[in-house]
Design a protein around this ligand. Structure first.
Ligand code: MOS
Length: 727
């Protein structure tokens, strides 16, 4: 189905099931430990052996010798696979780092070997017996130094640079200016479920139970790496314990499990050990961001520039931290750029709202600094500089944009009028108390997504799509969509996800999954409705679906009696066409935070957080709210604690587990208020919804940073805001 907005007949608008705060269908499975994750699929194939990956002990250089004699002789060992005996291993175009190294080593902990044994303990013990000699070469590990030689990258979709008007001239003449540099650190996804795969060959056919956000990308990339046709690959990912972008592409667990299983002649299961993940897989790259904003005394922006530097392995991609600055605020003279330094750190890639998450961390402090320079309220400054169409592409309106509504509602609900504009004025015992705010902004990507919907002779509906549920609620909102479209109770819908035998969906990434995948189910349901109507002898346009029945005029049948014993099924995909070119698509919000800073130690405690979001129709307020609470918690973490620390001597992240890489725990997280503005966006999708998950993260850290400034008068521009930077 081509989406031609506004959809003329749209049963979704009934909102009997969609829009309701249903509990997650998979909730009981998750909370009773009975949702099987990839590593736990003990039952799916017999005779599983265990693989343990050996990671490179240097960051850059060559393997000059491999001795596996002792490892092979160790108890229970079945096979040891390295680049010397793995056969031909290709590189996937979409993945920067090779997933089996050798003889060249591109980054620390890159997989160099896998040891397969009867038990996990035997494999782990034997992995220590693999002796690898390296010849280390000097590497580049420091972004601050690499910045000087950074180049203009080739970016996937949008060009790396943009320029409108005469930025330099307008900035020089601006009455009020901000010019600052901000840094964000490398960050690690730290999903609870590690990367894990069970691989099993049947002849030339390979089945993988793995933890993947994108089933079809996994199939595509594995096909390129292993050199086998796509249709010989079966990828299954039914439950996923968090991905945060790290599982958008297959990693070494999947590739090494496949190679190991072929060598061992047995199914092999592999999980990356927690301390391997930070360096073996991917991370969010650190950024240096220079922002210059010029405004008139009235607060209107006349010149805005955002330049970002980040690093990656050769052939990699920049962190697109300046992209949102092309769309968020007005101003006639504009400049954005991205520069990419070659670094020999592990692969940098998507993590939790790539681009906007670190970009908004910088831009929204800069806006706070501009408001202060103007002696203007930060909320008013943002309202004044709102735009309703793309400021860099004339004539391209936003499909729907209510940033102002978010700012006003948030300010009112939060009690923003109680904020003291001058910093360090409010004291509560030993605590300095302050308030901060920031806009939220995240693009709304839409992706083609297919589904098959079947109804059987008892009226039971089953949805098949290779969409994944990474903890987000996909099972639930897809069931709600099918129930709404076919007029059946939610309990009568079964949702089958995460299997490459099912139609190819949008997958889970970039907050496109919820809207795109339900739109795909919508399309398939429209087709099924037509088929049912025709079979009932009714005109599809007249047919109503409610209470398990199809009715038109005076005629009414149960779905079960119409479809008969063999049932009916229909498959279709949503195709969004040129929608994103016609309309600027984005989601909006406003973050407010109150913090207390210990006057003696600089310890920061967030006391309250409040977020208001405008992201189209909210398909399920409960799952959406959970997503945003999680995202705001990540924003708190990004503001105050998350940092993958680089050892620039050895080229690795040193804090590689949850003991040393800090994320917020319950005691760090205050009561969070989440409000969704009641809106629909009929130019975004037939669901009239948009993405919502990552929006809650974007801007959140800056609201905390601005609150820390308001509390203390200390402006920290280098994240995370640890106490040493305050006192
Ligand atoms: Mo998201 S970082 O695109 O999974």
């Amino acid at each position: 189905m081509k989406f031609d907005q506004p959809a003329t007949r749209n049963p979704i608008d009934r909102l009997q099931v969609v829009g309701q705060p249903h509990d997650r269908i998979d909730g009981p499975l998750k909370t009773t430990g009975t949702a099987p994750y990839a590593y736990e699929r003990h039952d799916v194939v017999a005779n599983q052996a265990y693989g343990v990956i050996v990671g490179a002990a240097i960051a850059k250089g060559r393997v000059v010798g491999i001795d596996t004699v002792d490892a092979r002789a160790a108890p229970g060992v079945i096979a040891v696979v390295t680049h010397q005996n793995a056969g031909k291993v290709g590189k996937a175009k979409a993945i920067t780092a090779k997933l089996l190294a050798g003889p060249e080593i591109d980054h620390f902990h890159q997989a160099v070997a896998i040891v397969v044994a009867d038990s996990f303990e035997q494999a782990r013990a034997a992995a220590h017996l693999v002796r690898i000699d390296y010849q280390a070469a000097p590497g580049r590990f420091d972004l601050a130094r690499g910045r000087e030689s950074a180049v203009k990258p080739k970016t996937d979709e949008e060009p790396p640079d943009s320029a409108v008007g005469d930025f330099d001239g307008a900035f020089a003449q601006a009455a009020v200016k901000v010019e600052q540099t901000y840094t964000t650190p490398d960050q690690s996804h730290m999903a609870m479920e590690p990367f894990a795969t069970i691989a099993a060959w049947q002849g030339d056919k390979l089945t993988l139970w793995t933890s993947s956000q994108m089933i079809d990308w996994a199939r595509r990339d594995l096909s390129e790496i292993l050199g086998i046709p796509r249709d010989m690959l079966h990828v299954i990912s039914s439950f996923i314990g968090g991905g945060f972008g790290s599982k958008l592409w297959v990693r070494s667990d999947a590739v090494m499990a496949a190679l190991a299983s072929r060598a061992a002649g047995r199914p092999v299961k592999v999980a990356l050990a927690r301390p391997h993940i930070a360096n073996n897989t991917t991370h969010r790259p650190a950024t240096i961001q220079r922002i210059r904003i010029g405004a008139g005394r009235d607060g209107r922006i006349t010149a805005i520039s955002h330049e970002s530097w980040s690093g990656d392995l050769p052939g990699g991609q920049p962190e697109t931290a300046a992209m949102q600055t092309r769309l968020l605020y007005g101003g006639a003279n504009r400049l954005t750029s991205h520069r990419l330094a070659t670094l020999d750190l592990p692969e940098g890639n998507a993590m939790r709202a790539p681009g906007e998450a670190p970009g908004m961390m910088a831009l929204e402090i800069a806006m706070d600094e501009l408001a202060e320079a103007l002696k203007m309220d930060p909320v008013d400054l943002r309202i004044l500089n709102d735009v309703q169409s793309d400021p860099e592409k004339p004539g391209r309106a936003f499909s729907h944009r209510d940033l102002i509504g978010c700012l006003r509602t948030g300010a009112q609900r939060f009690g923003w009028d109680r904020r003291k504009a001058t910093p360090a004025q409010v004291r509560d015992g030993r605590w300095l108390v302050g308030m901060g705010m920031a806009s939220a902004f995240r693009g709304n990507l839409t992706m083609k997504s297919a589904a098959r919907v079947a109804i059987d002779g008892r009226g039971k509906v089953t949805v098949y799509t290779d969409m994944t549920d990474i903890g987000t609620g996909s099972y639930t909102i897809i069931a709600q969509t099918a129930a709404e479209m076919l007029g059946v109770p939610l309990q009568q819908v079964e949702v089958r996800l995460g299997d490459s035998d099912f139609p190819v969906s949008a997958g889970s990434g970039g907050q496109w999954g919820g809207n795109s995948s339900t739109a795909g189910v919508f399309a398939a349901c429209m087709k099924l409705r037509d088929a049912i109507a025709r079979k009932a002898g009714l005109l599809p346009v007249d047919a109503q679906f409610a209470d398990g029945r199809i009715s038109a005029g005076t005629r009414s049948f149960t779905l079960a009696e119409v479809v008969g014993r063999n049932g009916l099924s229909a498959e279709d995909a949503i195709d969004f066409g040129d929608l994103a070119k016609t309309y600027a698509q984005a989601t909006f919000g406003a973050h407010f935070a109150e913090v207390a800073v210990d006057a003696a130690t600089g310890e920061v405690r967030v006391r309250r957080m409040s977020g208001v979001f405008a992201a189209g129709r909210i398909l399920n307020p409960k799952t959406a709210r959970s997503q945003v609470i999680g995202a705001m918690t990540m924003g708190l973490g990004a503001a105050l604690m998350e940092e993958a620390v680089v050892d620039t001597r050895y080229g690795c992240f040193v804090n590689h587990d949850l003991a040393e890489y800090h994320v917020p725990v319950h005691a760090d997280v205050p009561v969070q208020e989440v409000i969704f503005l009641d809106e629909v966006d009929d130019k975004s999708s037939p669901m009239k919804a948009k993405g919502v998950a990552e929006l809650g993260l974007c801007g959140c850290a800056a609201a905390v940073a601005n609150a820390v400034y308001n509390a203390t008068g200390v402006r920290v521009r280098d994240y995370p805001i640890t106490l040493d930077k305050i006192i």
